[in-house]
Design a binder for this molecule. Sequence first.
Ligand code: MN
Length: 132
Amino acid sequence: MKVNRSASVPSSVAPPEMFTGTVRRDGLINAERPGRVSTGLVTFEPGARTAWHTHPAGQILIITAGRGWVQSEGQERYEVTAGDSVWIPADERHWHGATDKTAMTHIAVTESVDGSAVTWMEHVRDEDFLRG
Ligand code: MN
C-alpha cells in the first residue's frame, strides 16, 4: 500500500498548449500496474478551460469547489458546482473548466488504454466557451 500525502508534490501550472487561462494541477495518487486509473486535482481560474480533447476509456469528473462549465461537442453546456459528478463517454470530444466569472476545482479520474489517457485537440474559442 502507498499513502500519498496532501501537498507532498509541488503544484504545477498546466501547459498552455492544452489549456486556456490559469490552471493549477495538484498531484493525487495514481494506480500502479496492472491498474490503469489516474487522478488529478485541477483548479481553473475564471475563464480558464481545457482544450477540446477525448479520453479512450472515458473520464469521471468530481467537482470539489466552485462553479464551472462542461460540454461535449454538439450537446448542451452544463453548469456544475461542488458535489456534482460527471461521466464523459469514451472518445467523446469535450472540454471542462471554470465559468467566465467563477473558479472551479475538480478531481479527474481517467483510465488509460495502451498507456494513453487523453488525446488533445484545438483550444476552445472564446465565443464557443461563452455561448456553450
Ligand atoms: Mn476530459
